[in-house]
Design a protein around this ligand. Structure first.
Ligand code: FMN
Length: 202
């Protein structure tokens, strides 16, 4: 399967069979996430892999705003951003780029100022920037899943506070999405998309 096929055949899947996803396939999804690009290579994504049926039932009943279908997933990835390491990792990468001579000197001060500003930004701005990076990793997981015959669905409606409490996620984690996964038990048609004309700004 090539990338274009994966992009075209991916659907949000909300019905799954009982078949378990193997550890190898879970590993392949995490590898796809790991290889995603991120601003200043900061890689803020962190994943908690939920496989315990009781936990998945709890997510469906108590923490996804009435989305009972979540309970049929075989695995739910809690997609988080580590806000405590985000800026430090970005700074370390700037230092690495500077020391290895990759960054031309005329770019250095601009980048250093950019990272400093990001470090001083309010928590909500930091969270949003980290979430942008995590979204790329999650998208790579969704596309990798297609090749592995798995279905996924991005879940954006959830109760972050309840989830952080249940899974003892520290304050430095922001939960930016849930990703359900399993073998599809439905094969929906493609959902409508805007035309190219509608998305081009003339
Ligand atoms: C940021 C984001 C949040 C979403 N949240 C939910 C959600 O909470 N529940 C759900 O069933 N689908 C959710 N979806 C899936 C969308 O409904 C779906 O991608 C869209 O309808 C297009 O369908 P497709 O993915 O099959 O092409 C979300 C998707 C994204 C990207």
């Amino acid at each position: 399967m090539d990338v274009n096929q994966a992009i075209k055949s991916r659907r949000s899947i909300r019905k799954y069979s009982d078949e378990d996803i193997s550890a190898d396939k879970i590993g392949a999804l995490l590898q796809a996430a790991r290889l995603a690009p991120s601003g200043l290579n900061a890689q803020p994504w962190r994943f908690k892999v939920i496989q315990n049926p009781e936990d998945i039932k709890w997510l469906a009943k108590e923490a996804t705003r009435g989305q009972r279908w979540v309970g049929g997933a075989n695995v739910v990835f809690l997609c988080c951003a580590d806000l405590s390491k985000y800026i430090d990792d970005a700074k370390a990468n700037v230092r690495f780029l500077r020391d290895s001579g990759v960054l031309p000197p005329e770019m250095l001060s601009g980048i250093e100022e950019y990272v400093q500003k990001a470090g001083d930004a309010p928590a909500e701005i930091l969270r949003s920037a980290a979430a942008t990076n995590c979204s790329i990793a999650i998208t790579q997981m969704m596309l990798q899943a297609v090749e592995l015959d798995l279905g996924t669905c991005w879940v954006g409606m959830y109760d972050e506070k309840a989830i952080k409490e249940r899974f003892a996620l520290g304050d430095h984690f922001a939960v930016v999405a849930l990703l359900t996964a399993g073998y599809p038990a439905e094969h929906p048609e493609a959902r409508p998309r805007k035309s190219i004309e509608e998305i081009i700004i003339p």
